[in-house]
Design a protein around this ligand. Structure first.
Ligand code: PMP
Length: 286
């Protein structure tokens, strides 16, 4: 349950927290966001998430008006007020409210900053990871700047609904070239029969996930053979293992793709090891 939400300098009760109807985030999807895991009261990889937030803003010609330190203070206060020990914090910055106009180069309207924190059950997440999830594949229908973490998530939302309809938890987008780009809200990985760990390079067709970056460090530290390259759906179906990474779910094993069982149908040893070691490599700040 979220009790209090930070909106533009104020901590407001959930029911009273709102933004202007002409907020550009609402009318144009002109907003960026971040999600950080909260674990045992600590913020996971805060520095990297704030750096990526700044990059997203820069790519859209928006200044980062709050310093990283100020964001840190707001994040902590929001977590404290909502008494979240395990869960996530969501940060959103839009270009602000202005009379509807495609152009954003006019008078600077000021930004809308929202921070909310919500508790999630660690036990539930662990139970899901122990079982593994199913994914479906679906044509890539997002815009071409998926490297920017914007709130334009309609294609991802539709893809997730499509997955849910067949009992799957995630959808993998597949480009016209037959290559998997990434999940609707995660990065996609496979482990080949030769034991190679494969994930797509941050080539502009994926979001450069923070969990992906940390998982790559874990893999290198464990001496695993890591290859950054795109892979096809067929290759993934024949893989020894598959998994996804995201801040909210960590390293999450995939046991079925479009109904095809991966490996022996149980979470693979590589995914399981990366999941277990992830937090020893991630940065946790109180
Ligand atoms: N790709 C997409 C499209 C996402 O929405 C997410 C989750 N925010 C990720 C990848 C994973 O990124 P991260 O590990 O930073 O959460």
């Amino acid at each position: 349950m979220t009790r209090t939400i930070y909106v533009d300098g104020k901590y407001l009760p959930y029911s009273q927290a709102g933004v202007h109807v002409e907020d550009r985030g609402f009318q144009f999807g002109d907003a960026v966001y971040e999600v950080c895991e909260i674990r045992s009261g600590a913020i996971i990889d805060e520095r990297r998430h704030l750096e990526r937030l700044e990059r997203s803003l820069n790519e859209l010609d928006m200044p980062m008006r709050m310093s990283h330190a100020s964001f840190g203070r707001v994040i902590r206060e929001t977590i404290r007020r909502n008494r979240v020990r395990n869960g996530f914090v969501y940060i959103q910055v839009s270009r602000g409210a202005a009379p509807r106009d495609f152009l954003f180069s006019g008078p600077n309207v000021g930004q809308t900053v929202v921070v909310l924190a919500r508790a999630l059950s660690r036990a539930t997440n662990e139970a899901i990871a122990l079982k593994g999830i199913s994914v479906i594949t679906t044509p890539e229908q997002r815009w071409a700047r998926v490297d920017i973490k914007t709130v334009m998530l309609l294609a991802s939302s539709i893809a997730k609904e499509k997955a849910k309809a067949v009992g799957a938890k995630e959808a993998w987008f597949v480009g016209d070239d037959g290559m998997v780009t990434e999940g609707a809200s995660s990065n996609a990985w496979i482990v080949t029969m030769d034991g190679e760990l494969i994930t797509r390079p941050a080539d502009g067709h994926i979001l450069k996930g923070i969990t992906r970056t940390v998982a790559m460090e874990v893999a290198e530290n464990r001496g695993l053979k890591l290859v950054e390259r795109a892979f096809t759906v067929d290759e993934a179906k024949k893989a020894r293992e598959a998994f996804v990474t995201s801040a909210s779910a960590g390293v999450l094993p995939v046991i079925q793709i479009d109904g095809t069982v991966i490996g022996n149908g149980a979470p693979g040893s590589t995914a399981t090891e990366l999941r277990q070691l992830f937090h020893t490599f991630a940065e946790a700040t109180l």
